[in-house]
Design a protein around this ligand. Structure first.
Ligand SMILES: NC(=O)c1ccc[n+]([C@@H]2O[C@H](COP(=O)([O-])OP(=O)(O)OC[C@H]3O[C@@H](n4cnc5c(N)ncnc54)[C@H](OP(=O)(O)O)[C@@H]3O)[C@@H](O)[C@H]2O)c1
Length: 282
């Protein structure tokens, strides 16, 4: 298949590219800035520059593509204005949909987030923006666009050059912690998400949303695993402050229908730490 990966230099996109190449597909890898091209260095892909804000490069990138993977993240700023951030997310999604309608790919895999299912408190701007974008895609699917939506939980693994979820690992790895905090989150190895997106294009039900997760992990255990990967002692004391929490997410549908792989989260953390070391971050 000829596949277009939007956000190919991103954490998830870099894994989607590798999953596609491993099964012999042709990949057009779309990046925006060129700053993070090193994560796809040396791979046999066609590189194209696409800016989803201005739509520059998009029509050319879509030409002749049978599969389109949307993994180009729009992350609202932490303290951004909600109304503007949501409007921007909706507007970029609508414009992308218009182009997808004209290009007629066989399958579109849209990356949303588990946060739209599990929620992170009613005030989380990220959740609001992601939900608004996902709803635009779901509406387009209802009108006949061949879309499958995927909702990964926190992704841990290599090629996290933008350091979105990697920040969590870097903080625990850089600063030996004496304390850990209460709380837990859903996590998955990013390589499994890459394969999951490919399977979503191959076998996903149109209009379906697939939660992708492996394990609900306590923060204290996460901190201990990062410490172990760094060859350090785990945090000794636990403080009763909850810094992050979510309910365990049910990922069984994606495992059953898509054959989503389930690499242990311990291994995902080891690979992430090794990659950050190879990049000189640790
Ligand atoms: N990482 C996670 O834990 C996680 C979990 C659940 C869902 N998600 C969702 O998955 C998607 C991808 O996440 P990620 O962590 O892989 O993101 P990331 O590492 O921050 O990478 C983002 C990618 O999108 C590209 N991009 C950003 N804005 C763009 C624009 N306006 N036009 C064109 N390309 C643009 C970036 O290009 P440059 O390299 O040129 O900047 C980069 O390739 C996001 O929608 C995110 O919400 C992520």
């Amino acid at each position: 298949m000829q596949a277009l990966v939007l956000g190919a230099t991103g954490h998830i996109g870099a894994h989607v590219v590798r999953a596609l190449l491993a099964e012999g597909h042709s990949v057009r890898a779309a990046y925006r800035s060129g700053r993070f091209l090193h994560v796809i260095d040396g791979l046999p892909v066609e590189r194209v520059r696409v800016d989803l804000d201005t739509l520059e490069g998009l029509p050319h990138a879509l030409e002749g593509c049978e599969w389109v993977f949307q993994a180009a993240g729009y992350y609202p700023r932490l303290f951004g204005r909600p109304r503007e951030a949501i409007a921007r997310g909706v507007e970029t999604t609508r414009r992308l949909i218009e182009h997808l309608r004209r290009a007629h790919p066989q399958r579109i895999v849209f990356t949303s987030s588990a946060a739209t299912i599990e929620g992170r408190g009613p005030n989380s701007l990220y959740v609001h923006v992601k939900l608004a974008m996902e709803q635009e895609m779901a509406r387009a699917a209802g009108e006949g666009l061949p879309v499958v939506i995927v909702n990964p939980s926190v992704c841990l693994g290599e090629y996290d050059a933008h350091r979105f979820s990697g920040r969590l690992i870097l903080v625990c790895a850089r600063y030996p912690l004496l304390f850990s905090f209460d709380g837990a989150f859903n996590a998955i190895y990013t390589g499994d998400v890459g394969v999951g997106l490919l399977r979503a294009a191959q076998r996903g039900r149109l209009g379906e949303r697939y939660a992708m997760t492996t394990r609900h992990i306590a923060l204290r255990e996460f901190a201990a695993l990062v410490a172990e990967a760094m060859g350090r002692r785990p945090p000794r004391w636990r403080l009763p402050w909850q810094v992050r929490s979510s309910w365990p997410l049910d990922g069984r549908v994606a495992i059953r229908e898509l054959g989503l792989p389930q690499t242990p989260v311990e291994e995902a953390i080891r690979r992430a730490v090794a990659w950050f070391r190879s990049q000189g971050d640790l």
